[in-house]
Design a protein around this ligand. Structure first.
Ligand SMILES: [Zn+2]
Length: 133
């Protein structure tokens, strides 16, 4: 980690972004809460109304699976938001976690949760391609 990080003043550049992340996190939490409530309601309803047949059972299974994978997506989103907020607080947001160089504005605009610069990302993807053969 280079000393360049410490030279950057705790930044007003990212105030808008912080607010955006906090708003987004509230939305995500609302989605998660909603899904958890829905899951509980589904389970109660299904307990009271036993499945009619295999097909009914299968459709319940698939809607439960769907709900769980949605929940997983939102949960990951919340983790990314938390990480970005932590990096903002530490003053490491916007710097590559591998080489410590600033990540370009264009990249951050496209990918607000990017943790690496485009060069390091390319190296990582190159290694993954090699690993995959
Ligand atoms: Zn880098």
């Amino acid at each position: 980690m280079k000393t360049i990080l410490r030279k950057v003043a705790p930044d007003v550049r990212y105030d808008g972004l912080r607010q955006m992340l906090l708003d987004k996190k509230r939305d995500v939490q609302k989605q998660i809460d909603g899904l958890i409530i829905q899951r509980r309601q589904d389970q109660e309803q299904w307990r009271e109304e036993p499945a009619m047949d295999d097909q009914d059972m299968a459709s319940r299974d698939s809607s439960a699976d769907q709900l769980l994978s949605l929940l997983d997506v939102w949960h990951r989103m919340r983790i990314s938001l938390d990480e970005a907020l932590t990096r903002l607080r530490d003053g490491t947001y916007g710097f590559c976690k591998d080489c410590g160089e600033p990540i370009s504005k264009a990249r951050l605009n496209a990918l607000p949760f990017a943790k690496t610069c485009i060069d390091c990302q390319n190296v990582i993807e190159g290694l993954e391609n090699v690993a995959r053969g």
